[in-house]
Every structure is written in C-alpha cells, then in structure tokens.
Ligand binder design. Structure first.
Ligand code: SAH
Length: 218
C-alpha cells in the first residue's frame, strides 16, 4: 500500500484496531458499537494537523471552542443507549464535527442531529455526505428544546452538558426509549433516563467532562 496516499498508516486497519482494543480494555462490550467505531474514519473529522492523534482515546479541538468527544465516551454513550437492542430513530443534540452522528448512523435506522453553530453544521454536513452516510438528518437549530417535529425518538444523546435534567427533552422519548446525557456545570455526571409506560427512571452513571449546552443559534 502507498503510505503517501493513506496518510502514513494512520488510516490503517491496525491503528484503528488498536483503538478498538483500548475501548475493550476500558469496558466497552457491545460488539455492534465496537464494529461501528472501527468502521468510521475519525481522522477525517479533525483538522489535518491533528489527524495523527485521531485514534488516540482523547478529545480534540474542532474550532469555535468545541471538541470532538473522546472515543471512549462516544462508545460508552451509544452502548448505554443501545442496551443491546437495534435502534430505530435517534436524536443527537450537538453534532459538532459529525463524528458521533456517523457512528450512530451505523447502529440506528435513522439519526437526527442538531447543531447551533452554523460553520460546524455545514462542515459536518459535507463530511457525512462525502462518506455517503445517508441516514442522518441534520438541522441547524438550538437543540436545547430537542426536535419536537421529529419526536418521539427511541434514543436521545446529548453531546453538551446542561445544568439540570431537562423535562422537555424526556417528553420526546418514545415509551421504551432511553436518553443518555451529561448533566452539571463544574461537576458533571452522565445520566441515563428511561421511559416506560408508567413514567421515567433516572440513573447516574459516571463523572464526565463536556462542553456546556448553550442556548440559541450562533
Ligand atoms: N457529537 C460531537 C461532539 C460535539 S461537542 C462529536 O462527535 O464529537 C458538542 C456540540 O454541541 C458543539 O458542537 C456545540 O456547538 C453543540 N451545542 C451546544 N449547545 C447546543 C444547542 N443548544 N443546540 C445544538 N447544539 C449545541
């Protein structure tokens, strides 16, 4: 293989396989999630200058004060969201560079994703279309209110932290649906919200570090 064309091996199967091994070591067990993470070329979602670090298990800057989430946290959130089941319609709040949406697209029938920063929305749109990922619906909008016109969802993932658990969002869950989101300001925790026929159940999962959910479009 010509390494000049493939980016000096960073796109190689081996580099990605190493990331998958690291995710397994950190406790990710869902084979569908691991396969999806192996499938999506994360280096194409970051600036070229950072591409050599794309398969390290770290978050990286994507401009406009935002970050591409750490692979572990992307995998963990989708694993919790899936809970071993096929996902139908999923909402992601905070598209950023579009990486998590691309991973979600591998394990869900239909993905909706919302971003409030226009240049990020546009770049993500180009990237997903270049990768021929066609089951992602992108919206340039304030996702803090969810996406009522496309609700209900059987999964909702939030990629930015709100100070408190939003009651508006959970109403957009279908019965049997699950929502995974970071909550808090200084100290943040990942939460799982499950909806059943009787109501909602909240579970606090693990400490996390996300950029804040902001209100309005930019
Ligand atoms: N999903 C991304 C992570 C992006 S970081 C990934 O794959 O790595 C979080 C994103 O949430 C940022 O792009 C930020 O602009 C966006 N965001 C913050 N508040 C928002 C809001 N109210 N509506 C939509 N997007 C929001």
């Amino acid at each position: 293989m010509n390494n000049k064309l493939t980016g000096i091996g960073m796109t190689s199967q081996r580099t990605r396989a190493r990331l998958i091994e690291r995710l397994r070591e950190h406790g990710i067990k869902d084979e569908a999630v691991l396969a999806a993470m192996f499938e999506v070329p994360r280096h194409l979602f970051v600036d070229e200058a950072l591409a050599s670090r794309a398969y390290d298990d770290v978050s990286l800057p994507i401009n406009y004060n935002q970050t591409i989430s750490q692979p572990y946290i992307v995998a963990r959130m989708i694993e919790v969201l899936r809970n071993g089941n096929q996902l139908e319609k999923v909402l992601e709040i905070g598209t950023g560079c579009g990486y998590q949406a691309a991973v979600l697209a591998q394990v869900a029938r239909e993905v909706y994703t919302v971003e409030r920063i226009k240049p990020l929305y546009e770049r993500a749109r180009k990237q997903l279309s270049a990768l021929k990922i066609r089951n992602v619906n992108m919206r340039y909008a304030d996702g803090s209110v969810g996406l009522p016109e496309a609700a209900p969802f059987d999964g909702i993932i939030m990629a930015a932290a709100a100070p408190t658990l939003s009651a508006v969002l959970r109403e957009q869950l279908a019965v049997g649906g699950r929502m995974v989101l970071p909550v808090g300001t200084q100290e943040q925790w990942l939460y799982l919200v499950e909806r059943d026929a009787h109501g909602f159940r909240e579970t606090q999962l693990e400490p996390v570090r996300f950029v804040p959910l902001l209100i309005g479009k930019a």
